[in-house]
Design a protein around this ligand. Structure first.
Ligand code: ZN
Length: 834
């Protein structure tokens, strides 16, 4: 059967001005390719967040296709070479293939990759020249033509609605993913989003690609195209051989682009390799090749004169020729077709290198796997069973497990580095195929003090500088230096903690009611669920229950009709700690009665991923909420509908001004403005609770005239610089906003404020010394002893400023309770003093 040309299927040449191929058409085309070519096999990986089909296509020779399982098994064996003899390894290397994964347009406004995909697949299925033959014979190419199909449809719908308007192809006024927008590729270790889970589980962990080429786009007035080499720092946990392979392959791809006469190509700008959040493959034997093409306006061409080209944030200048950028682009018209061409040439260059140097790629992959086994410093990490929040501890281990990290459980007590650990402790040995992945996620980061010039301003990292999971998640996890004897069994599945009952049985409900431990995130889910079923839920303002003096805010449920069955069901399902309420204690403690939260999350048309993450977490915890926009706020009377309004993390000016006039339909421009400000002020003054997250705190300070000063505002980067790091914080956990938290915790500070406030407003503050726990900070003295979690009374209501990022990318689970508490506090009916 002849292979159908893309143009015949789509009815236009892909990349044509003002035309986009949509996901259903792309799916149909790949299905036709699979039907007509013995070189392409379509895999349905699952469905996206919004229920669309999510696919990959395996492309290789018909001969390879007929023994795909055998070739995959070879790669599996090389990925975990334990017990493999040198002779057997040589045999596998001789027979193995280079596994290449190319993935397109995870950022859906960066449409070029996905628009290119059909042509690349068509050419590989139809060409018979030597280069194509060599690729088909030596490479197994796993192609993910779109990493975010929902986003393609969101972007295309909006783009089509702007056609012919002055804002044609302008900025999308909402996220291009239901929850996380641009952060969908900051999720490659936490793996919270469906598309990322499917890609890792069904492509990465099945094929262990040695090469992953991920196609993106950047701003329109810079370089035309970026490829590696990257800039420093490269996380030292990434194998040096792999680091250099990235440089070699990126350079080879640039060479092919230059040979094809393309201009404006650069390497060694902006993009570093410190964070695993964008680079799962770096810890799983694969290079990550990032390309960034200059954008046009979706599919609408742009005119960019040479004089319009402007330096990037690192000062690199697209008008100046250099070793990293040999031929500047002369300026002119820049179209989607240009992006498609650059993307396609670089994809061919990548596949060609993979094929021509098959032996190198396979041999080095094996070597990198071996190097992982030789890594023995530290020796292990131990997660003991006595955790404040055992479910969050389990989630941390599950995160590692999704990344193929082996987790053992001690079947007997043992001693490591002189400390005794009980049976049931979980142990992660560093010497294992993905031990370096575990290490980077469990250790404290020490980010280098990089400056633009000696003594000059700091060089910005590409992402935040810390990702230490035990600190983010509030999990006790010990690094063990020296080898130790212990009876360990490998866990195939990670079981959750069983519910713990004290003084309770199903048959006889307790006489005085139940306590639920406030230290676990899941207890909040239970409390909200039970309130939703109509049960009365209280919290104790004093410590209560078996948890001891830190258990302020224990959830208390008095005996109620039907409660025992409902509560036992929830507690068992979630694995909570529950106990029978003590009558003597009940006499003494002060209670507050919770109300079902009536919450609104503000969604700016200057869309921010932080807003989406907030919804994601609320959906996970079943916290009820409504989304409100500028017009809802401006229309006033907010107290009638909501107890609490949340402003997710985004700069104050963005909240006030929104999208600039003319950037979109007027209904989407302008932000909260003066009317929105006065409406929110009225809401708070009439008794509402406004919760501001991270950078949004500045909006409330300015707009409501709070008696609070953000001491970090106005400091130069040379004086204070903290590009996303983990800090120690001291909390007053007898205050309802910090209930359930330990008195000393770790929080993530990223574009966050720190406050000078009246002493009675501070619920949390950074300590006087030893603030930095992981990452990088310059000028620590500026935040020492400063408040970061505050409650500011205002009129009859209150403003809660949560300076640290308490729900950042669904990672900072050790701080979730601060957000949940703020919401519950805002909906507290009354405080009962008995
Ligand atoms: Zn991108």
């Amino acid at each position: 059967m002849p292979v159908l040309k893309p143009q015949e299927h789509y009815g236009f040449r892909l990349g044509a001005d003002r035309k986009l191929a949509r996901w259903p058409e792309i799916l149909a085309y790949f299905e036709k390719l699979a039907e007509s070519s013995d070189r392409l096999k379509l895999e349905h990986l699952g469905t996206t967040t919004e229920g669309r089909p999510f696919i990959s296509a395996v492309i290789t020779s018909a001969e390879n296709m007929s023994r795909l399982d055998e070739l995959r098994e070879i790669q599996d064996r090389l990925a975990d070479p334990r017990g493999l003899s040198p002779e057997d390894a040589e045999d596998l290397i001789a027979r193995g293939k280079t596994i290449v994964m190319i993935s397109c347009s995870i950022h859906s406004s960066e449409v070029g990759g996905t628009q290119m995909a059909s042509e690349l697949a068509y050419e590989l299925c139809s060409c018979d020249d030597d280069v194509t033959r060599q690729i088909l014979d030596n490479v197994i190419f796993v192609f993910v033509p779109c990493l975010n199909p929902d986003g393609l449809e969101i972007v295309a719908d909006y783009y089509e609605s702007t056609m012919g308007k002055p804002w044609e192809g302008g900025q999308l006024p909402w996220l291009y993913h239901k929850y996380v927008g641009h952060d969908n590729n900051r999720d490659w270790f936490m793996l919270t989003q469906v598309e990322n889970q499917l890609t890792v589980e069904k492509v990465h962990n099945v094929w262990h690609p040695m090469i992953v080429f991920d196609q993106h786009q950047m701003w329109p007035t810079g370089f035309r195209f970026f490829l590696p080499p990257y800039i420093d720092p490269f996380d030292a946990n990434v194998d040096p051989l792999l680091q250099h392979q990235t440089t070699v392959l990126g350079s080879a791809m640039i060479m092919d682009l230059l040979a094809a006469g393309k201009t404006g190509i650069t390497h060694s700008i902006i993009f570093d390799c410190f964070s695993p959040s964008r680079a799962y493959q770096h810890y799983h034997g694969g290079v990550r090749i990032l390309s960034e093409a200059a954008s046009c306006k979706v599919a609408t061409p742009v005119e960019v004169g040479f004089a319009d080209l402007a330096p990037g944030r690192d000062g690199s200048d697209p008008r100046v020729a250099s070793l990293a950028h040999p031929v500047p682009w002369p300026g002119g018209t820049w179209k989607l077709r240009d992006i498609v061409d650059y993307d396609k040439i670089s994809a061919w260059a990548c596949l060609k290198h993979a094929a021509r140097y098959r032996d190198n790629w396979v041999r080095n992959f094996y070597q990198i796997s071996r190097n992982g086994l030789d890594n023995k410093k530290p020796y292990a990490y131990v997660v003991p069973p006595d955790q404040r929040d055992p479910i969050t501890a389990l989630e941390m281990l599950q995160t590692l497990h999704k990344g193929m990290v082996e987790i053992h459980q001690a079947t007997a007590p043992f001693t490591a580095d002189g400390v005794a650990y009980p049976a049931g402790s979980r142990v992660i040995l560093v010497s294992q195929p993905y031990g370096r992945y575990a290490k980077t996620l469990l250790e404290k980061q020490v980010y280098p003090d990089l400056r633009v010039f000696p003594g000059g301003p700091p060089k910005p990292p590409y992402d935040i500088t810390a990702h230490t999971l035990p600190l983010q998640m509030g999990v006790k996890c010990l690094e063990i230096q020296e080898p130790f004897p212990a009876k360990l069994e490998l866990l195939c599945e990670l079981e959750g903690p069983a519910a713990q009952f004290s003084g309770l049985s199903d048959a006889a409900p307790p006489d005085y009611g139940y306590y639920i431990c406030p230290a676990m995130n899941a207890s909040y889910k239970a409390a909200i669920e039970l309130m939703g079923q109509g049960f009365e839920v209280f919290r104790t303002l004093d410590p209560a229950g078996p948890e001891g003096k830190e258990a302020h805010g224990t959830f208390f449920l008095p005996p109620q009709e039907g409660l025992n069955e409902a509560l036992m069901q929830v507690v068992r399902r979630l694995g909570l700690r529950v106990s029978a309420a003590d009558p003597e204690q009940l006499e003494a403690v002060v209670m507050m009665r919770l109300g079902v939260p009536k919450v609104a999350i503000y969604q700016s048309y200057a869309a921010t991923a932080d807003e989406g993450w907030t919804r994601f977490i609320f959906d996970e915890y079943e916290v009820p909420y409504e989304v409100i926009h500028d017009a809802n706020i401006k229309s006033g009377n907010l107290n009638a509908s909501y107890d609490t309004i949340i402003l997710p993390g985004q700069p104050a000016a963005q909240i006030s001004n929104g999208l600039a006039p003319g950037a979109a339909d007027p209904k989407y421009t302008g932000g909260l403005g003066e009317l929105g400000r006065s409406s929110l002020r009225d809401f708070v003054e009439a008794g509402g609770t406004l919760v501001c997250l991270g950078p949004a705190c500045d909006w409330a300070i300015d707009s409501l005239g709070l008696r609070v000063r953000n001491v970090l505002r106005g400091l130069k980067p040379e004086e204070f610089y903290l590009p996303g790091s983990m800090l120690r914080v001291m909390l007053d956990n007898s205050h309802p906003i910090a209930f359930g938290m330990p008195q000393e915790a770790v929080v993530l500070h990223a574009a966050s404020p720190a406050f000078e406030v009246d002493a009675d407003m501070a619920v949390g503050r950074y300590p006087p010394t030893g603030v930095l726990q992981s990452g990088w900070i310059l000028g620590e003295k500026h935040i020492q002893d400063r408040a970061c979690v505050v409650e500011v009374p205002h009129g009859q209501g209150q403003v809660i400023l949560l300076g640290p990022r308490v729900q950042f990318r669904a990672q900072t689970r050790g701080a979730y309770k601060l957000l949940f508490n703020a919401v519950l506090w805002g909906s507290t009916d009354e405080v009962i003093i008995e």
